[in-house]
Design a protein around this ligand. Structure first.
Ligand code: SF4
Length: 380
């Protein structure tokens, strides 16, 4: 037994559950994936929602489901097409995993999702939370959940000042999630807790005066809402300068397929590399002849292609996990090729690049090549 749970008795549970249910019947969110108990729809929405906001997910979810309305259609699709439909959502391993899982379900399980959280958690890309969400939302199994919104809510309800991501913190929160879960309609009850966390018990300004469970909340009683939960350690930010080069060979541009273990595995990209310190120090806003020659050498070493840099197209600032990246996009004219690039590659006309899944910045560069280009001239 956890000391943090000792004060919870039947009266507490009854009051808490009643207040949550009443609140949800009036304030629950009307989300597109809640219209159905189909495990396929629950699964796709839950995977999309990892690391992504509801507002960003809705249009992707609708477009994805229109193209892949069933697990069988997803399993039959090519991975490249799945990635194309995922493009812009980021964390592309999620898309590769749903494709693998769809094939496992169709080939090994007659197209049926397991209704048991332990079996679900064995499938690629499905962790304990997602397994609990599918089991409870789709099959009404009494499976607890802890995700970002409920983690914050539970920590505050318990007044838990420890690290909720530690093993001890996780044990406590999952035990609490199990303890409060109702036998009747557990899926609906889990959804109500998620909504309460997302819309009332918000990260920076929880709306405690409107909260239906404030009389069960330790953080509220102790005025500790702003210090609980303990903040996650911020990752050390690394600044990088990358260069992407659009190599023009008779109106077609070179794309390379990112390999397993690379940043955008499975997607295609223009030749791109992090530039070395000497080149970074020589400002890339005005390319000197010397800097261009160094970049051409780096391009040749990476791809076997000799090309002459002719222009600087644009500069994009973006973030990938803990990296803050300044991406300088250049255009080059193809000269010769001494060997094939080690990755799978293709020369593609700008109008055809839309058939290939690209990273967000790769797509921005591709769009620039398609449009009548206004080049940033005068860069040496
Ligand atoms: Fe969150 Fe405030 Fe409600 Fe406590 S009272 S659960 S801190 S919104």
């Amino acid at each position: 037994m956890f000391p943090e749970l000792e004060h919870i008795d039947q009266n507490w549970l009854q009051r808490f559950r009643r207040n949550v249910r009443t609140w949800y019947s009036k304030h629950g969110r009307n989300l597109p994936w809640r219209q159905s108990h189909d495990p396929y729809l629950v699964w796709i929405s839950e995977i999309m929602l990892q690391q992504t906001t509801v507002v960003a997910v809705v249009p992707y979810y609708e477009r994805f489901l229109k193209r892949f309305p069933t697990v069988a259609e997803l399993a039959a699709a090519d991975e490249q097409e799945v990635l194309r439909y995922w493009e812009g959502l980021g964390y592309y391993s999620r898309a590769r995993n749903i494709h693998k899982t769809a094939r496992l379900i169709v080939n090994d399980n007659q197209g049926q999702f397991p209704d048991d959280e332990e079996l679900l958690a064995k499938l690629p890309g499905i962790g304990r939370y997602t397994a609990g969400a599918i089991a409870s939302f789709a099959f009404d199994r009494k499976a607890p959940i802890v995700e970002a919104n409920t983690l914050r809510l539970y920590c505050r309800l318990l007044g838990y000042r420890g690290d909720p991501r530690s093993t001890a913190g996780q044990r406590l929160l999952w035990a609490f999630a199990e303890l409060i879960l109702t036998r009747q309609s557990p899926g609906r009850f889990n959804q109500s807790l998620m909504d309460l966390g997302a819309t009332v018990c918000q990260p920076t300004e929880p709306a405690c005066p409107e909260c239906p469970v404030r009389n069960c909340c330790q953080a509220f009683a102790n005025s500790e809402q702003t210090v609980i939960p303990m903040a996650a350690k911020k990752p050390k930010i690394t600044q990088l300068t990358d260069v992407a080069i659009a190599i023009d060979k008779d109106g077609e541009f070179l794309l390379l397929k990112c390999r397993d273990g690379e940043r955008w595995a499975g997607l295609w990209d223009f030749p791109r590399f992090t530039i070395d310190e000497t080149v970074r120090k020589a400002s890339l806003s005005r390319l000197t002849e010397n800097t261009k020659r160094r970049l051409e050498t780096q391009l040749h070493d990476a791809t076997g292609i000799k090309a002459i840099i002719v222009d600087r197209l644009t500069e994009i600032r973006h973030t990938v996990t803990r990296y803050r990246i300044r991406l300088v996009c250049l255009q080059a004219e193809f000269q010769s090729q001494s060997r094939n690039p080690s990755a799978e590659y293709a020369w593609i006309a700008p109008g055809k690049i839309e058939d290939y899944p690209l990273s967000t910045t790769g797509r921005q560069l591709a769009e620039l090549l398609k449009a009548p280009v206004t080049l940033e001239k005068g860069n040496g």
